[in-house]
Structure formats: C-alpha cells, structure tokens
Design a protein around this ligand. Structure first.
Ligand SMILES: O=CCCC(=O)O
Length: 458
C-alpha cells in the first residue's frame, strides 16, 4: 500500500510520500537507542514537564490537526477534535501518575525471604516499536507514547500507510515539547519492513493495534526474538439489551456506539443482542434512528457519519453485507454505497442472520449493525460469546443480579453496564481470545514495557 494521504471524502490523492530507505530506518533506530541512554536517566518530573508541554501543543494546534485527521481518514470534524483533546488528557494523565505507578514496592516482611530488605522496581526497557492503525490516528499512537515515554522508554511509530501526515506531526511533537532528540520518531515504512525492525536487537519490545493477521505476524516475529509484545486486535463487541433496561437510553446509545468514527472502532458495539420481550420495539426504534443519521462531508459539523477511511475497507464491508443478504438476512435500514464520490457506506441494520453469514463471526468495520433475538439471559450470553473475539461488551439491564451475572459470564476484556464501551486513560484497555493480550492505559499500561526487577539485600 502506498504511503499517501488519499482523501476518503473525494477519493483524491492529496500527498504521496517516499518511504524511508533502509539506511534511514537504521539511522532512526540508532537514534532511538541512543536517546534511551539519555532518557532513562531523566527524572519523572522532567518527563512529566515534557508530556505536559506536548499536551499544550496538541491543544493549541487542535484546529489544524483535526482537519488533517478528517482529510486523511474521514472522521467527522467534531470527533477529530474530541480525539485530540482526549489524547492531550492521556498525556497529562501519565505526567501526573507515572511516578506513583512505577514506584518501588517493598516486601512487607523481608525476613520471610531471608533478607534485611527486598523490593521490586520498574525499569524502562529501551526502544519500543508501535505499529498503529488509522482509525484513531492520534489517540492510538499517543496512548502508547504517553506511558512509554513517561516510563523512560523511547518510541518508534510505524503508523498506517494512509495517515502519513499525522505520523509526521507526531514525529515532531515530542521533540518540540522538550524530549531528547530521537525519543519518539515515525518510520515511514510498509508492513513488509516491520519484521526486520522487530528483530533489530536495539528494539526491545513491540505493541500493535490492528488486524488479527497483522497481530499474528508481529507476535510471531517478537516471539522468535523473545521480545515482549502487546496486541490490541479486532472486536465484534456485543450490546445486550434485557427487558429491565431503559430502552430510550439503550436505543440512543446503540446508534452512537455503532456509528461513532464512521463505525470504525475496535470497541464499537457491532452485534445487538436483544431479549425477545423487547426485541420488536428495540429493533424498530434502532433501525429508524439509524436511517435518520446525517451522512455527508465530515468537515460539515452537521454530519454524523462520514466515509470509510479506505476504498478496500468500504468494499470489504459491502461484501460482508451482500453475503449476509444472500444468505437470508433482512435489511431493516440502509445497505449499499450511495452514488457519490468517496468511500461512503449507508448506515445499515441487518436482522434474521443465518448462522453461516460471514458477518456473524467477522468484524464489520463500518456502520453496519447486526441484530439477534435472544430467548433469555443464558441465550444472550451464548450469542455474545460465540465469536472468536473478546474485546469489550455492553449490557443493558437494571436488575443488579443480572448485571453481576453478565459481568461474570461475558468473555471480554471489559464489561460496560448501561453504558457505551469507551476507553479512558484511567482504565485498563485490552482483550482476550483473538482480540489480543496485554493492556494499554492506566497503571497496567505503563507497566507493560518495563522490567520488573526484584532486589534482595542481605
Ligand atoms: O479502535 C479501537 C478503539 C480505540 C478507543 O476508543 O480507544
């Protein structure tokens, strides 16, 4: 795939980039390696000051950067601004908390191990490679960068090929904020070059947010080199509605949850599993609200759903829908690409899916919802757990026992009760099953790329 900004609203190539040469990649890895030697001896306070300065820059430049996001990947402008502000918040969060998260932890009774004192200490690892996706091109990269840099690691960003200008913006951000040269750099390379970077002895670990095949390839390379990896892969998150739920809130949130970011979020609710007692009403209202969404130019503040980010993404989504319809699915709203330039897909609701429809198992990365009728809570949990994914989940019930039952029963990295699945700097983020392993954000996220060193003193 070419490294280029191709505007999804028009289909026009706005700017193309020459990939970094092998020599330039080597130079950048060396710089990241050398920068680590400097960064690991800086204090938490110094790194916190630079993280706050980076947050200030993000906020001051939000208008231009938000437009860049819209041009590169098509999300509605207000959502682009919100993403940048959330990223600034993430930087400030680690500026505030990194030192406490990585504080030494003494053993309360060192005599139990024959020591006068024993403790654990978190130390940074070195240069970490981050392979990041285009769907939240600032937030995803910075939720890696903030804890990594706060801990004293350096970062190398291999961003998605369709967001090169965002990658270059982030490449400059941390140096402008005061971090040592080389602390955070972008590599303009294709996915074929990633394995060699993972294998480079100066690169100590890798994190990837992206597709399952990409995750398998990167994890295999990291495993062969005995390096730590964190994977955040796809999801086909369930949104479960039970009879005691507040239906108004559930319908409103369901529409937002499925179509935020033009339907391209790993933790978007994708499968709507509704108890038979409320199925007819929920599905009617959900389909009506989906059909009423304003689809259009993402730079227009009235637009609720813009184009998909890539032509291939739009075509893959259309294939999934066509396959489901061919196998008997009922279309309650939308379906098909509208007649206009760019990579739009009409927000769609499908019901009565055949078990062998691909969309029942595969992730629909766009504004397409599937509806399932559940006979009871047990049936709802069965449907929710039937995919290979396990990223997040949302369950709507006002019965406290039912809430607790679902928290235990859902195979997912997170359960949101009566709310939309969202990431927060304060909460760990990650999945189980084919959605990946390891955690980003919160204390767990900063500890992933550290050496937990045990110290024993006689
Ligand atoms: O695409 C993954 C979700 C990103 C997020 O909302 O943090």
């Amino acid at each position: 795939m070419a490294i280029a900004t191709i505007n999804p609203t028009t289909g026009e190539t706005e700017r193309a980039f020459t990939p970094h040469t092998a020599a330039e990649v080597q130079r950048r890895i060396a710089l990241a390696h050398d920068a680590f030697a400097a960064l690991k001896d800086t204090t938490f306070a110094e790194r916190a000051r630079w993280l706050r300065a980076a947050a200030d820059l993000l906020e001051a430049e939000v208008d231009d950067t938000a437009r860049l996001l819209v041009v590169e990947m098509g999300k509605p402008i207000a959502q682009a601004e919100a993403e940048i502000r959330k990223s600034a918040k993430g930087l400030r969060y680690y500026a505030e908390h990194a030192e406490a998260f990585l504080a030494d932890e003494p053993l309360s009774d060192p005599s139990a191990v024959g020591a006068s004192k024993a403790w654990t200490r978190y130390e940074p690892l070195g240069a970490v490679l981050a392979v990041m996706p285009w769907n939240f091109p600032v937030w995803q990269a910075l939720r890696f960068a903030a804890p990594a840099l706060a801990a004293g690691n350096t970062g190398l960003l291999k961003h998605a090929s369709n967001v090169p200008q965002t990658a270059l913006y982030l490449d400059g951000l941390f140096a402008r904020a005061g971090f040592p040269e080389g602390a955070f750099q972008a590599l303009l390379i294709g996915s074929g070059e990633v394995k060699a970077v993972v294998e480079d002895p100066r690169v100590k670990a890798v994190t990837l947010t992206g597709s399952e095949p990409a995750g398998r390839a990167v994890a295999a390379a990291a495993g062969a080199a005995i390096k730590k990896s964190v994977l955040e892969l796809g999801g086909s998150d369930p949104f479960i509605v039970l009879p005691s739920a507040d239906l108004d809130a559930a319908v409103e949130t369901a529409v937002k949850a499925r179509t935020i970011n033009n339907g391209q979020s790993c933790i978007a609710s994708k499968r709507f599993i509704v108890h038979a007692d409320v199925y007819d009403e929920f599905s009617r209202r959900f389909a009506e609200a989906t059909a009423a969404l304003v689809v259009g130019d993402p730079l227009d503040p009235e637009t609720e759903v813009g184009p998909l980010a890539t032509e291939s993404g739009r075509d893959d989504l259309a294939e999934l829908v066509d396959d489901a319809i061919a196998k008997g699915a009922k279309v309650l709203a939308g379906s098909g690409a509208p007649e206009r330039p760019g990579w739009f897909y009409t927000p769609t609701v499908l019901a009565d899916l055949s078990e062998d429809a691909r969309i029942v198992q595969e992730e629909a990365f766009g504004p397409v919802a599937t509806l399932y009728r559940a006979e009871d809570a047990e049936d709802a949990a069965r449907i929710a757990n039937q995919t290979t994914f396990g990223l997040s989940s949302s369950v709507w019930t006002n019965d406290p026992e039912e809430q607790e039952w679902f928290i235990r029963r859902l195979d997912a990295g997170a359960v949101f009760v009566n709310g939309m699945t969202v990431s927060f700097p304060e909460l760990p983020f990650g999945g189980v099953k084919a959605s990946g392993y390891g955690r980003e954000l919160a204390a767990a996220g900063i500890r992933e790329f550290t050496n937990l060193k045990t110290v024993w003193r006689s």
